[in-house]
Design a protein around this ligand. Structure first.
Ligand SMILES: [Zn+2]
Length: 235
């Protein structure tokens, strides 16, 4: 465990050292959990990321409209490498499924690959999208379902909890204040240069932490035992 102790607010912080983030596209990790990932790394943890796709079918506009899917995929891998070093991720792995068509993936194979990832990194907690994908994106919905299935196989004995990203709510059990981490989160967002239009729509100009995007929130979807008290605010 890392991060035990009292924060200025007087609340005990108990996040595990080995957290895995399982998302669909490069940039999902920064949008939803950039501050949490950086915090885990700063506390001596080893956060790792598994992406289902290379993001190679992302909307191509502006400076990137001329790129083929292959070129965009390669570019987004390089962007992900930069974001990874900004956030302090210990590893980034890709499943390599076609962007936009994850729901067509062979379910058994995908679950096996996620189980391998969780066991390889001896994950204690897994973070992913909620069941509705947060914004309804079919890849987000699919990776939430696949990651949940993988956790629930029971074949990853180190995994004690599964968390879904949640809308900002004061009642969310895990609530990370992104404001102190904003310079880092903004730098990671800027690393995903090809996504700058989507980023600007969601976060605005990045010069300051937008009040409506201040907290990264997560709710327990599954727990092996009383890993955390659901009524407890961790940060
Ligand atoms: Zn996405």
């Amino acid at each position: 465990m890392s991060g035990n102790g009292q924060k200025p607010g007087g609340r005990e912080v108990r996040l595990p050292a080995r957290c895995g983030f399982i998302y669909a596209h490069p940039d999902d990790e920064t949008f939803l959990s950039g501050a949490l990932i950086r915090r885990l790394a700063d506390e001596g943890g080893e956060p790792v990321l598994l992406l289902a796709t290379r993001g190679d079918a992302g909307r191509k506009n502006g400076d990137y409209a001329h790129l083929s899917n292959e070129e965009l995929g390669a570019l987004r891998e390089r962007e992900m490498e930069r974001a990874s070093s900004v956030l302090g991720l210990a590893a980034v792995e890709q499943l390599g499924y076609p962007d936009g068509r994850l729901k067509e993936a062979d379910e058994r194979e995908a679950v096996e690959a996620i189980v391998r990832f969780m066991n390889k990194h001896r994950l204690e907690a897994v973070f992913t999208f909620p069941e509705d994908g947060g914004n309804g994106h079919p890849d987000h919905v699919a990776i939430s379902r696949l990651a949940t299935m993988a956790v629930r196989t029971g074949r990853c004995p180190t995994v004690r909890a599964l968390y879904y990203a949640a809308p900002d709510a004061s009642s969310a059990p895990i609530r990370i204040d992104a404001q102190p981490y904003w310079p880092v989160k903004a730098e990671a967002l800027r690393a995903h240069e090809s996504q700058k239009y989507a980023i600007a729509r969601y976060f605005g100009p990045l010069d300051a932490c937008p009040p409506n995007r201040r907290f990264e929130c997560f709710v327990p979807a599954w727990e092996a035992d009383r890993f955390i008290d659901k009524t407890e605010t961790l940060i």
